[in-house]
Each structure stands twice: as structure tokens, then as C-alpha cells.
Design a protein around this ligand. Structure first.
Ligand SMILES: Nc1ncnc2c1ncn2[C@@H]1O[C@H](COP(=O)(O)OP(=O)(O)OP(=O)(O)O)[C@@H](O)[C@H]1O
Ligand SMILES: O=P(O)(O)OC[C@H]1O[C@](O)(CO)[C@@H](O)[C@@H]1O
Ligand SMILES: [Mg+2]
Length: 816
């Protein structure tokens, strides 16, 4: 046990670990929030001693509910039990703490079974007046100490975390008072003489400083974008305008991101009050889009939106303006609590699980009393931060907004918020060039105009269209010509080439797959001369390929042949778009979030089918080629018992052991099992083989069935994340293509790019988008298996086993 925990938990300290345990220097903080934090990693690192000192902890949810709270609760409970710590769940938030009794219940492993996929919080939440009073907190302290609890995990918003902080501050005084009144004994007080607290931010608003995302935000965005898609079709049918009001309290994050993902014509958020006269500019912008052929208009307004004098901007006001000034038939949709409902998205389940585990790690690592901590996520990294610094900074934003210091408020929201706002502004200002004046089009970047080509290569992936669309429009806006190449390299050779116009990509963002057309064909020695000739014939001065591993590999081939063909001496750029997430240079490729959500929804359906005492184990085969990303993440988000992947060796005895363990679990009352198997994890241990083996081993105990999700995994409409990522990639792509075309103009005004920096993939690493030279990426690529040699998500794998209650010997973890 000790060895295993050591492997999983790293101690506090500014340690930055790669997933293989290699230590690296902390990078100069690109963190959005300059709050000093410590990384919590689940990698091999020297660490804590498992606690067998009678330490108990309690966990509860408080404030407004948020999707993903159940996943956090499950993670806290299971990580605690796994680590030998008793864990209590408090029902109804602070109300339960104050009332005690049956509200505080010791939880077992099974207490959090079958909750991962549920919205809201199964232990209830409340806003509790009594806890705001000292008397209430006195009762709460009494209830905790009587049960020997002095470690708290609070899952809630800023209010809940502030309350927890105050509780901690008062703890000593409260205990002294309780002892004096004879309500607690000396030894009880002695055992719980300090209170350690860790907060997880559960709120759809994403309004807390210190973390890039709060639990529930991604799911709320799913609800909003589902609504946008629904409104779009009815609005376009009637040529109507819609005002969509979204939640977020005083934070504009939901409206901002929904605006980018949902291609809104205008967005109003609290942090960016529009300039006086905004009514006319909004109408102008909307009218231009209508003139360009758009059949509907969409304005997204945050519930907290204000004008420059801090007066609310309401949905009704916007509707009336659109009706009066433009004569539009305009309707309002207020989404309200729908946004807080429904199933948690895959991202919310995973992030909550990681945060929940990190909260327990933080409490177990504590030697004595520690200052209150908050667990946040920055980029892909789980961080432990000083709780009150985060709360104080968050409160400072409210103050700044109250006093109309909007610039300051925006500054405090952090870099990524600001970057997304700049992106929105860029999209908003990018009007249809056919409508805008010449000056409008060219003023932002006075570069020579170029002719760029864009194509998709590889299998279709959600988000490709969003990226293609944004890229085409941003390039057109800058005055460039864009050639859309249909069906990849074969289309190029067949002259399937169209000059793209503004309205040729209308409504693309909401569509999955590739509207340009895509296939896996790469350039070969045979086709290279023809490809070069086509580049020359069409005067292509820069190429963007949006696609999977084949896209990456094709670009490498083109770059390698720059020596032979001048036509390839142009900026060559790739954007990773594949459900497999196996392209080097980026942590997330377009499409993998949509695929993951599709797989996880399928797992939820299978779970339901196994319900009702049907005693089923499902073996679900996922795509991904040799890359185990989808299987691993789906196992985490779907609550699977194991995930077989290529990157982590496994043998027949591992499968055998999983079978035995499942038999044991079913005998203990489990009703269903779930195993994920990546399609190429092992050529002999096929899905059928594993299913049959389990069927044999489980005879009389459970029935085993396989489920091959196949191409369903390519998903339907892209998730908000894939749409947004597509636009973010596009913005960086446009900058790259322009820059490298311009920089590599020779004296005869010809683009002649020959340096390694002009042939790149754009990748997302942490919170940063970077163009990484293909030559550099090639060194870290396993070309045989078409995967990067380092994959960040591998370090999350032990969590699957922990949450699935494997015994210690069941942990594999030997990587290839
Ligand atoms: N200053 C405080 N002192 C003591 N308790 C507090 C304080 N602020 C909040 N709480 C407790 O936390 C509960 C939840 O707080 P609040 O209603 O502000 O929601 P929240 O946690 O900020 O979540 P959200 O804003 O996302 O709904 C309150 O009802 C109260 O019991
Ligand atoms: O659920 P209630 O109490 O109506 O609160 C609604 C508020 O809670 C949130 O949903 C979460 O903080 C806000 O977006 C919204 O303003
Ligand atoms: Mg709050």
C-alpha cells in the first residue's frame, strides 16, 4: 500500500514532473493567475506515509449545485478509503454540518457507486443562514469533533470557501467554548485541535481566481451550445433574431465562450461594458451579417451584463432595439437553471475526479495544521493554491466592477480570459469583406496579400469545420485569398479546388466531420511531382492542413522535399484534428473531446442497460489506433474497472486478475462492470477474446458482453470545447501563415520558406499555443505506432484503479 501511494502522490513543494517522473525546471509562470501554487501530480515521486492515525475527513457540497460535484465526491470518498482514512459525507452542505445527526454519515466504497454520471449533487446542497452566525458554526464544530473529524473537503463556490476559511480561523475558540460548556471533552478537543480545509470550486460560473476552470462550467457550456444549435435552426427558418440570456452571475465566462463556440453576432458580458452608442454598432454589425446572407442573428447576453455606467443591459432591452432599429422579429430565450442541469460532461467528470483525489492528497500530506488550500487546474496541471488569496482576488474583481474599474476587473480575471476576449473581439470586428470598406479590411495588418490553401487530411474529426471556417474568414478579413482543397491530396490532384468566399462557410462551426472532405492519402514519391506542380499552377503561397497523424506525416514529407521542389518552400502548417489525440506537439487535438463525450455517453447507456440486477460486464472497444487516450479518459469519466491500452503492458494474468476481481466485486453486491479496450492494445487479446475469457470466468456470477463503438465515436455535433479550440487554433494559424509568408519573401516577391521554423504544427501545451517545428516533433514520435513518445495523460492511469477498488497488486503501470 505504502509503495503504491508513494507512486501516486507527490509531496507539496514546487515540483514539476513530467508524466514519466523526470523533473523539469518550473517554467516562467504563464499561469493565468499569478497566485503561487504547487503542482499535485499522480506520478512516481517520493511521498507520504499512508495514514493509519485515525484521521477522519468530511466532504460536502455547498452553494449552487454544479455538474461534476458527484464525481468530486466519489473521488474524495474513494481516495480517502483507499488511503486508509475514514470519510464522512455531510448532507445539505453547511445546513447538515449545523444540524448534525443523520446529516453526517460515514461513507463506504459503495455509497458513491453509480453517481458519476448524475447531474447535481447526490448529497444535497444548500445556502445556510445559520452557518453565517457564530452560533451555527459552534454547533457545526461540535458535530465534527464528536465524530473525530478535523479535515474538511468543501466543494462549493466562493461563498462556501469563505465560510470554510472563517470556520477554520475560529476553530480553536469554538472548541474552547464547547469544552468549557461541557459539550466536548478534553480528549476530544485534543484530538481535533486544529482544522484543515481544502476547497474545490464547484460552480458553473467559472468565476474563481486561481483555477482555469471550475467544476460544472464545461457542462453548462454543453447545455448552452445545445440550446444555440436548437435556436439556430428555428431562427434561420423564420429569419428571426434571438437574444439568449445565460447565467454566470457577475462573471462573463459562459457568455464569452458561448459567443465564440456559438458564432454569436454580439456578446454582452459584465467585464466589457460596451461603449456608449453600442446600440447602433450592434445593429450595424448584425445588419452586415444579414446582408452577407445570414438568415438569423444571435446575441448572447450574460445575466450580469452592464453598460459603462454599470446599468444592467437586459435581454428585453436588446430585443426592443433589434425590433425598433432593424425591424427584426426578435425573441428572447432565458436558459436559466437548465444550464446547471443534465449530465456532467466528460471533462467535468475527469477534472472533478482529479481535483477530489488531489484534495485528499493535500490533507494526507499535511503534517499538523496547514493553511487553507484550494485545488485548481491550470492548463492540464492540478494545482494546490492558498485558498484565501484566491477568494480575496476573486472578491477584488467584484469590487472593481462595482466601482466601474472594468479594466482592472479584466486584468484580475487572468490572461486566458483576456485572450479569449481578444479572440472574440477579433471575430466580431472581422466583418464580411464584401460588405466592409477596403480600409476596414486592410488596416489591421498591412502585409502583402497571399494565396493560402487549406485542406483536411486523415479521418473526419469534430471541430475541423470550426477551425476551417474561422481560418478562412480570418484570412479573408486580412485580404488574402483562400483556396479550399476538397478531399485532401487526392482532391488537389483532381483539381477539387475552390476559392473560398465568406458565405461559403456559413454555419460550418456547428457541423461535425469535414465539409471540405478528407481522406488518409499522403504524398508519395510517385505523387510528389504532381503535387508540386499543382501548388505551382495554383500559386499556393502557404498551406494549412487540418487533420490527424497523416496530416502531420504529410507535412513532414513536404518539408523533406523542399530541397527538390521549390513549390514546397512555403509556410507549411498543421493543426491536429483527430479523435485519437495521437498527434505530437499538442495536448489536445480537435475532435477528441467530442469523441470522448460520445464514448462516455455510450458507457452511461450500457451502465443503464446493466441496471436492474442484470449482472453484466461490458467490454467496450474504443478507437484511437495505438493511442490509449480515449480508452483511458473514458475509463476515468465512465467509472470503468480497467482500461487496456497499448502504451501500458498487460498480460493474460492481468486480464485473469481483473476477471477474478470482478467476480469478487459482483459477489459483494456489484451489479455491473465496465472494461475499456483500446482497439490496438494487443493483437491477440482481442475484444472477443477478453469477452469470452470473462464470460467463462464469470459463469454463474455475471454475463459478459462486448460493444464496439466504431465510427460512432467520430461524434455528432462538436462539443463547445472542440468548437472553441478550432477557433483558437485558427487564430494562431492565420498569424503563423502571414508571418512566415511575409518573412520569407525574396527580392522577386516570391515566397521561399526554407527554414525549419516555417514548417510547424500548432500545439496547445498547458495554456499556451505554440508553433513547433516538424523537425523537432519528429524526434519525439514513434512513427511505427503513430503516437508521441511522451503522453501527458499516462500519469492519470493509476486513478482508474484506485476509483475501481483494485487491490494493490492489481496496479500495473509498466509502460513500454
Ligand atoms: N462569509 C461567510 N461566512 C460564513 N458562511 C458563509 C459565508 N459566505 C458563505 N457562507 C456559507 O456558504 C453558503 C454558500 O454560499 P453562497 O450562497 O455564496 O454560494 P457559493 O458557495 O458562492 O456558490 P455559488 O455562488 O456558485 O452558488 C452560504 O449559504 C453560507 O452558509
Ligand atoms: O440557484 P439560484 O439560487 O437561483 O442562483 C442562481 C445563480 O447561481 C449560479 O447558477 C451559480 O452561481 C449563477 O450563475 C446564478 O446567478
Ligand atoms: Mg458565489
Amino acid at each position: 500500500m505504502q509503495q503504491l501511494i508513494s507512486r501516486l502522490l507527490s509531496p507539496p513543494g514546487r515540483r514539476f514532473l513530467y508524466s514519466n517522473g523526470r523533473e523539469r525546471e518550473p517554467e516562467p509562470s504563464e499561469s493565468d493567475h499569478p497566485l503561487v501554487g504547487e503542482q499535485i501530480s499522480f506520478t512516481r515521486a517520493p511521498s507520504i506515509t499512508p495514514r493509519e492515525d485515525g484521521r477522519c475527513l468530511a466532504v460536502f457540497t455547498s452553494g449552487g449545485d454544479a455538474q461534476g460535484m458527484n464525481s468530486a465526491l466519489r473521488a474524495v470518498v474513494r481516495m480517502a478509503i483507499f488511503s486508509g482514512v475514514r470519510v464522512f459525507a455531510v448532507r445539505e452542505g453547511y445546513k447538515g454540518l449545523v444540524e448534525g445527526g443523520k446529516h453526517i454519515e460515514e461513507f463506504r466504497w459503495a455509497s458513491v457507486s453509480n453517481i458519476l454520471h448524475k447531474g447535481g449533487t447526490v448529497v444535497g446542497t444548500a445556502r445556510c443562514k445559520e452557518f453565517r452566525e457564530r452560533e451555527g458554526r459552534l454547533k457545526a464544530a461540535e458535530n465534527l469533533v464528536q465524530r473525530g473529524i478535523n479535515n474538511l473537503v468543501v466543494i462549493g463556490g466562493d461563498g462556501s470557501l469563505t465560510g470554510a476559511n472563517l470556520f477554520k480561523k475560529e476553530w480553536e475558540g469554538l472548541l474552547a467554548e464547547l469544552e468549557e460548556a461541557g459539550r466536548l471533552t478534553r480528549s476530544q478537543v485534543e484530538k481535533c485541535k486544529y482544522l484543515n480545509i481544502v476547497g474545490l470550486v464547484g460552480s458553473i460560473d467559472n468565476d474563481m481566481c486561481g483555477t482555469d476552470m471550475t467544476i460544472g462550467t464545461d457542462s453548462a457550456l454543453h447545455r448552452i451550445i445545445e440550446a444555440v444549435d436548437c435556436l439556430t435552426s428555428t431562427a434561420a427558418s423564420h429569419q428571426r433574431s434571438f437574444v439568449l440570456e445565460v447565467m454566470g452571475r457577475h462573471c462573463g465566462y459562459l457568455a464569452l465562450m458561448a459567443g465564440i463556440a456559438g458564432c454569436a453576432d454580439a456578446v454582452f458580458i459584465p467585464e466589457r461594458p460596451p461603449n456608449p452608442g453600442w446600440e447602433d454598432s450592434m445593429c450595424y454589425q448584425i445588419a452586415q451579417c444579414r446582408d452577407a446572407g445570414r438568415r438569423h442573428s444571435l446575441v448572447i447576453v450574460s445575466e450580469g451584463a452592464v453598460d459603462s455606467e454599470n446599468r444592467p443591459i437586459t435581454s428585453e432591452q436588446i430585443r426592443d432595439i433589434l425590433q425598433a432599429k432593424l425591424g427584426h422579429d426578435t425573441r428572447i430565450t432565458v436558459l436559466g437553471h437548465v444550464q446547471r442541469g443534465g449530465k456532467p460532461s466528460a471533462y467535468d467528470r475527469i477534472i472533478s475526479a482529479r481535483m477530489g483525489a488531489a484534495a485528499v492528497i493535500t490533507l494526507l500530506n499535511a503534517e499538523g495544521e496547514i493553511p487553507p488550500k484550494m485545488i485548481g487546474v491550470q492548463g492540464n496541471v492540478i494545482m494546490q493554491l492558498p485558498l484565501m488569496d484566491c477568494v480575496t482576488k476573486t472578491r477584488a474583481i467584484d469590487t472593481a466592477m462595482k466601482t466601474c474599474e472594468f479594466k482592472q476587473a479584466l486584468e484580475l480575471r487572468g490572461r486566458s480570459f483576456k485572450r479569449n476576449m481578444e479572440l472574440l473581439r477579433r471575430l466580431e470586428s472581422c466583418r464580411n469583406p464584401e460588405c466592409g470598406s477596403e480600409e476596414d479590411i486592410l488596416s489591421p495588418t498591412p502585409v502583402r496579400r497571399f494565396k493560402f490553401a487549406i485542406m483536411n487530411v486523415g479521418a473526419p474529426a469534430a471541430g475541423m469545420n470550426s477551425c476551417n471556417r474561422a481560418c478562412i474568414r480570418l484570412l479573408l478579413y486580412k485580404g488574402h485569398t483562400v483556396l479550399g482543397v476538397g478531399n485532401g491530396f487526392s482532391g488537389l490532384l483532381d483539381d477539387d479546388i475552390t476559392e473560398m468566399s465568406w458565405d461559403s462557410v456559413t454555419n460550418w462551426a456547428a457541423e461535425g466531420g469535414s465539409n471540405l472532405g478528407t481522406n488518409r492519402i499522403k504524398p508519395t514519391a510517385h505523387t510528389l511531382p504532381e503535387i508540386a506542380a499543382k501548388f505551382g499552377e495554383h500559386h499556393i503561397e502557404g498551406l494549412l492542413i487540418v487533420g490527424g497523424f497523416e496530416a502531420y506525416h504529410s507535412l513532414i514529407i513536404l518539408e523533406e522535399n523542399r530541397k527538390l521542389y521549390t513549390a514546397f518552400r512555403i509556410p507549411l502548417l498543421g493543426v491536429a484534428a483527430t479523435i485519437s489525440n495521437n498527434v505530437p506537439g499538442t495536448e489536445y487535438s480537435l475532435g477528441c473531446d467530442t469523441a470522448l463525450n460520445t464514448i462516455v455517453s455510450s458507457c452511461d447507456i450500457l451502465r443503464q442497460s446493466a441496471q436492474g440486477n442484470r449482472k453484466r460486464v461490458f467490454v467496450v472497444e474504443t478507437m484511437g489506433g495505438y493511442c490509449g487516450y480515449l480508452a483511458t479518459m473514458a475509463a476515468l469519466a465512465g467509472g470503468a474497472d480497467a482500461a487496456y491500452i497499448f502504451e501500458e503492458k498487460f498480460t493474460i494474468s492481468d486480464i485473469q486478475r481483473d476477471a477474478d476481481y470482478l467476480v469478487g466485486k459482483f459477489k459483494d453486491g456489484l451489479e455491473r462492470g465496465l472494461l475499456l479496450r483500446n482497439e490496438k492494445c494487443n493483437e491477440n487479446f482481442t475484444t472477443t477474446f477478453i469477452t469470452e475469457l470473462l464470460s467463462e470466468q464469470g459463469k454463474g456470477v455475471f454475463i459478459c458482453r462486448d460493444s464496439l463503438l466504431g465510427h460512432l465515436q467520430q461524434g455528432d455535433a462538436p462539443t463547445p470545447y472542440d468548437r472553441i479550440l478550432g477557433v483558437q487554433y485558427a487564430a494562431h494559424t492565420v498569424d503563423f501563415l502571414q508571418k512566415h509568408a511575409q518573412e520569407n519573401l525574396n527580392s522577386r516577391d516570391k515566397v521561399r520558406a526554407e527554414n525549419a521554423e516555417s514548417a510547424c504544427m500548432i500545439g496547445l501545451q498547458g495554456t499556451k499555443f505554440q508553433a513547433i517545428p516538424l523537425q523537432k516533433l519528429a524526434k519525439d514520435t514513434d512513427f511505427e505506432h503513430r503516437i508521441p513518445t511522451h503522453q501527458w495523460w499516462m500519469s492519470l492511469r493509476p486513478l482508474i484503479a484506485i476509483f475501481a477498488k483494485h487491490k494493490e497488486h492489481d496496479f500495473r503501470g509498466e509502460t513500454r
